[in-house]
Design a protein around this ligand. Structure first.
Ligand code: MTE
Length: 319
């Protein structure tokens, strides 16, 4: 078991908690006053009526960051979910009536026991735990999210991968009636993503079905999404309906859209710039008007845990 002790903020980044809280209250109050005076439409609090607590999960995973999570409001109103629009606030608006029940996930391909698993069985049948991870988006911003989920490996093992299974492909629901973004060819639909089998089986890789102790809000990928904390956020595919184990490297949505900008691996790496911007630093979402930035860390800080999987690879070529 790995004990994560070195993930704390360096002294220079730490603000006195009382001062921090006061500062945030002032920012929030002035922002609210500003919005009120401008008479702008206000987004309803994310699914306030339908927020559902998750009954049983353990806190305090050794893999968790020892850091305060980003505010719930920021996590649920600043999203990338192109099926519901390309604006950051579009998913919170447009995914409100998205139907996530009934929902099944098909596991197929190079497995001895293909299966169709119902979401309720996953919620009640897996040992759920909280994992506080930083989501580092390829757009050079980040937030810290207290996910509730379980290791992807535990689900894959149940299906018994064959010796030919070298990759895992994930597919999001395709339903243009419910997902207005799929009526526009911003990406090839459905959204697909992939991992190498060792990445998929790594204990840090989880399937999340909740955050902040509640079932996932629709805009964050309900009812089930992938979270791989050492890779850019676009690998963390949302609203998964299919998991296929394959012999060949599967296509992925962003790589299909712009292969020179988005590689298959997408490991967080401050030394490999995106062709249009640097990846050295990241904007901290929810940091208020001060717009703080932090230094991006190789593998998002998980070099000790995952670096060996890429030891013999040229990370500039396999970005
Ligand atoms: N999954 C699907 N199906 N569609 C998407 O557009 N966006 C990705 C990823 N998963 C995306 C997706 C990107 S670019 C990021 S940064 C994360 O989701 C954002 O997750 P969040 O909105 O929960 O912060």
């Amino acid at each position: 078991m790995l004990i994560r002790t070195k993930k704390r903020n360096p002294e220079s980044e730490i603000t006195d908690p009382a001062l921090f809280k006061k500062r945030r209250q002032i920012i929030k109050a002035s922002a609210a006053a500003m919005v009120a005076s401008l008479n702008l439409p206000v987004i309803p609090s994310a699914q306030a009526a339908s927020r559902v607590k998750i009954a049983k999960f353990t806190r305090g995973s050794p893999y968790s960051l020892q850091q305060s999570p980003t505010d719930y409001e920021d996590i649920t109103r600043y999203n990338n979910f192109y099926e519901f629009g390309t604006g950051k606030e579009d998913p919170a608006h447009n995914a409100q009536s998205f139907k996530t029940r009934p929902w099944t996930i098909r596991i197929e391909g190079e497995v001895e026991k293909p299966a169709v698993v119902g979401i309720e069985d996953l919620i009640s049948g897996q040992a759920l735990e909280e994992r506080v991870y930083r989501l580092r988006c390829v757009e050079a911003w980040s937030m810290v999210i207290p996910w509730i989920g379980f290791p992807l490996a535990s689900l894959l093992r149940r299906a018994r991968p064959t010796s030919r299974a070298r990759y895992v492909q994930f597919t999001t629901l395709y339903d243009p009636e419910q997902m207005p973004g799929q009526r526009i060819p911003t990406l090839q639909w459905p959204y697909v993503e992939g991992l190498r089998i060792d990445e998929a089986m790594h204990p840090l890789t989880i399937l999340a079905l909740g955050l902040y102790g509640e079932l996932l809000p629709n805009q964050n990928g309900a009812p089930l999404r992938l979270v791989i904390p050492w890779k850019y956020g676009f690998k963390s595919i949302k609203s998964i309906v299919k998991i296929r184990l394959t012999e060949q490297m599967p296509p992925t949505s962003w790589n299909l859209a712009a292969p020179n900008e988005y590689g298959f691996y997408a490991n967080v790496n401050p030394d490999v710039s995106h062709p249009r911007w640097s990846q050295k630093r990241e904007r901290v979402i929810g940091g208020g008007l001060f717009n703080p930035k932090r230094e991006t860390e190789l593998f998002n800080g998980y070099t000790d845990e995952v670096g060996k999987m890429y030891r013999d690879m040229d990370l500039r070529r396999f970005f």
